[in-house]
Design a protein around this ligand. Structure first.
Ligand SMILES: Nc1ncnc2c1ncn2[C@@H]1O[C@H](COP(=O)(O)OP(=O)(O)OP(=O)(O)O)[C@@H](O)[C@H]1O
Length: 341
């Protein structure tokens, strides 16, 4: 901890500023405190408990699916949530829900972690795959679309796949391991794209209350320590926002939480026209357009026109003789990646 001077140091390193006994092994980016492992875990778990209670994330008896990717955040989320559920008697029925995107050498490895968590924490596991839901794996999609726009497919399909998996489990809520860094990136991206509708909701700790399954982010205020990248996302726009945010964090760690705060304080003018929620005429999933984005993308893939739903391509769904249809117009201007959680 800054200002501790010699008092805070011990031969071989600093002393934990909480217990004043053990050697510190982490410096928390959020508070800049030097802590030992044990005190860090305690502080972290009690902060998540506070977030859950203060935001009334759950009610006793809720069936809750944990979006389990096998990555570090959702793995920690599964551990912490099952521990807090026991410790504080939340009365939740917890499940692990994994989406297998079909990315060889990436998701197949991380799904093994999820299978281990399923046994370790004794939580029922549901896996849904892109192959079963859409008939395509991400490996196959990348073969036809390349590396540039594949994140659009993956993001849109994952969002819907999680909802479909949650429906199979008949859960009341879905929690994800999105952390403060993820949310700050999304604020910036929505700002850069002028996506007012998403900007207005991306900082909420619970979203989708008007949709099929509300989603919560108990790690909303948790800063990232390190992150792993999908093998197919080297060109994603999000990656640039991530680098920018990491640069800011190096100068001032609280910058990330301040970006979230700014996002929370945006007020959308009452005259701004917001999209109206409806259902996709094709699959029945929620959509503000005639067809949901997943159906538009899938239709393009199946017709051998994979770029149809990306960016400003013409001659899309429902178009006659190359003229734009309503659906074509609806998908314009929303390039690369889904910016909803
Ligand atoms: N394939 C998946 N199956 C289930 N949930 C997923 C999947 N991918 C992402 N999620 C959920 O969305 C959250 C954010 O995922 P993302 O890959 O953007 O970030 P991350 O910080 O790398 O998370 P993680 O470390 O948990 O993978 C995850 O923590 C998880 O809850």
């Amino acid at each position: 901890m800054e200002g501790e001077g010699e008092r805070g140091r011990k031969r071989g390193g600093r002393v934990c500023c909480v217990c004043n006994k053990e050697r510190a092994s982490v410096k928390r980016p959020k508070t800049l405190q030097h802590m030992c492992r044990e005190c860090f875990f305690n502080a972290f778990e009690s902060e998540i408990h506070q977030v859950i209670i203060q935001n009334s994330l759950f009610i006793a008896g809720d069936r809750v699916a944990i979006g389990a990717s096998g990555g570090k955040d959702s793995t920690v989320l599964a551990y912490v949530l099952s521990k807090l559920n026991r410790l504080h008697n939340y009365g939740l029925n917890l499940f692990l829900l994994s989406v297998d995107e079909g990315i060889t050498g990436y998701r197949d490895d991380s799904l093994q972690t999820v299978h281990r968590n399923h046994l370790q924490y004794q939580l029922p596991l549901q896996v849904v795959s892109y192959k079963d839901l859409y008939g395509w794996t991400m490996d196959q999609i990348v073969d036809v679309i390349g590396f540039k726009n594949n994140c659009t497919f993956c993001g849109v399909f994952r969002r819907q796949a999680l909802d479909r998996g949650a429906a199979l489990l008949k859960v009341d809520k879905l929690v994800t391991g999105h952390n403060a860094d993820d949310i700050a990136e999304t604020v910036l991206l929505n700002l850069l794209r002028g996506d007012v509708a998403r900007l207005s909701r991306c900082t909420s700790i619970t979203t989708g209350e008007d949709g099929p399954i509300p989603r919560c982010k108990p790690f909303k205020y948790t800063l990232d320590y390190f992150s792993t990248e999908c093998i197919y996302s080297p060109n994603a726009y999000r990656g640039f926002a991530r680098e920018f945010i990491k640069d800011l964090e190096r100068i001032r760690p609280r910058a990330i939480l301040d970006i979230i705060k700014s996002g929370e304080n945006f007020r959308i003018s009452t005259t701004t026209k917001m999209p109206e929620q409806g259902t996709c005429q094709r699959c029945g999933y929620i959509s503000s357009q005639k067809w949901c984005k997943a159906c538009v993308l899938l239709d393009g893939l199946n017709r051998g026109l994979p770029k149809l739903g990306i960016g400003r391509s013409r001659g899309g769904v429902g178009s006659e003789n190359g003229k734009e249809s309503k659906v074509d117009k609806s998908i314009q201007g929303k390039q690369c990646g889904t910016l909803d959680f």
